[in-house]
Design a protein around this ligand. Structure first.
Ligand code: SF4
Length: 365
């Protein structure tokens, strides 16, 4: 059976952050009909994908913890009824501080969630306020403590690189604040200031040089504390990597349920519109669908795989796409030394190569 990862987009938030360009909205009255639409989609898709075995489930958003543990339990029960599921499924839930506490942390654990991703973004309360986040740094600590008391052992903190008034020092301070709560994983994505967001309208723009300096400091700080970088934006203690994200980077088949969710099944890529009401009315409507060629998939695997610490396997490229890496890319790859390393079966970036990954990928592909 083919491995399959499932993503659920739950687009509900307490308020709208100033940098948000995701599919999210604050009308919590739509939660119930939205979950009913998800159930319809699960049942229909489960009937079609009988040759797949679900290895990971990820509830993202939005603020998935807002929909409540009962509805998460219901969705998981529907998944187990509709799909063949691995006994060791990783089940992740994104949550924002102040939406999970003593009351519901154990309910989420009992519902089957075994990995939590908590959005800290920054440990500076003035920055959180400026971003319109509906929590403080203390709320983050309380949430992680509540989750740990409930028995959760896989907890990730999310940070953003490039926030207003952030420096390398404050970024590391935020990471330090998160690690002191006992999290086992940390994600740090660069801020993208999209047109139409309040932050864009304020005139704020990211300083790429400052971000690069901050990122370097963060990598050094995390390395010294045993957090290995296993992908350019993701760090974990050994064995605590996010298997769901690894599925994306390996191009394992994945199906996305809900508004704006993307899917990739046997080279067929498709996605739903980000119109939440439209999704409720018609959970099977797709806005776009394309079939990737073997060449496109091969390039995608190289692009995603090279952002991971272990890089890409040359023999896998051969067996999946019939691609002879050395024949096709060898000359350009050798010219990228010492930033790109060819080490037996693996092609990967060196430490310095990671800092230049976008430019190097553009030259390689
Ligand atoms: S919590 Fe996330 S999804 Fe919700 S408004 Fe803020 S940035 Fe957007």
């Amino acid at each position: 059976m083919k491995p399959l990862s499932l993503y659920f987009h739950l687009p509900f938030c307490l308020s709208r952050c100033s940098y948000c360009s995701f599919c999210s909205q604050t009308d919590l009255g739509l939660t119930e009909p939205y979950v009913r639409a998800l159930v319809r989609e699960i049942r229909a898709v489960g009937r079609r994908l009988k040759n797949h075995r679900v290895i990971t489930v990820y509830f993202g958003g939005g603020t998935p913890s807002l929909v409540g543990a009962e509805r998460i339990a219901l969705l998981l029960a529907e998944v187990k009824n509709a799909f063949c599921c691995d006994g060791q499924m990783e089940i992740s839930l994104e949550c924002n501080p102040a939406t999970v506490g003593e009351g519901n942390a154990s309910q989420f654990v009992q519902a089957g969630v075994n990995r939590f991703s908590v959005g800290l973004q920054s440990a500076e309360d003035t920055t959180l306020k400026l971003l319109g986040r509906a929590h403080t740094s203390v709320d983050f600590t309380d949430t992680v403590r509540a989750l740990r008391r409930a028995g959760a052992v896989n907890i990730s903190a999310d940070l953003i690189i490039g926030l207003p008034s952030e420096t390398g020092e404050t970024l590391v301070k935020s990471a330090d604040f998160a690690l002191k709560t006992g999290v086992t994983h940390l994600s740090a994505y660069g801020l993208s200031v999209e047109e139409g967001t309040k932050l864009y309208q304020s005139g704020y723009r990211v300083d790429e040089d400052l971000c690069a300096d901050g990122y370097r400091m963060l990598v050094e700080y995390l390395k010294a504390r045993g957090f290995m970088r296993y992908e350019i934006s993701n760090f974990s203690l050994p064995g605590k990597e996010c298997r769901h994200n690894q599925s994306y980077w390996n191009l394992t088949d994945y199906y996305g349920f809900g508004a704006s969710a993307h899917s990739l099944l046997s080279r067929r890529r498709f996605f739903h519109s980000d119109d939440v009401s439209g999704y409720i009315a018609s959970p099977f409507a797709l806005v776009s669908e394309e079939k990737l060629s073997a060449e496109e998939e091969e390039q995608e695997l190289l692009m995603l795989g090279l952002r991971t610490e272990s890089g890409v396997s040359v023999s896998e490229l051969k067996s999946r796409f019939g691609c002879d890496f050395m024949q096709k890319y060898g000359e350009r790859a050798r010219a990228l030394a010492p930033y790109l390393i060819i080490d037996g079966d693996r092609v990967r970036f060196s430490d310095e190569g990671f800092y230049l990954s976008n430019a190097l990928l553009a030259r390689l592909l």
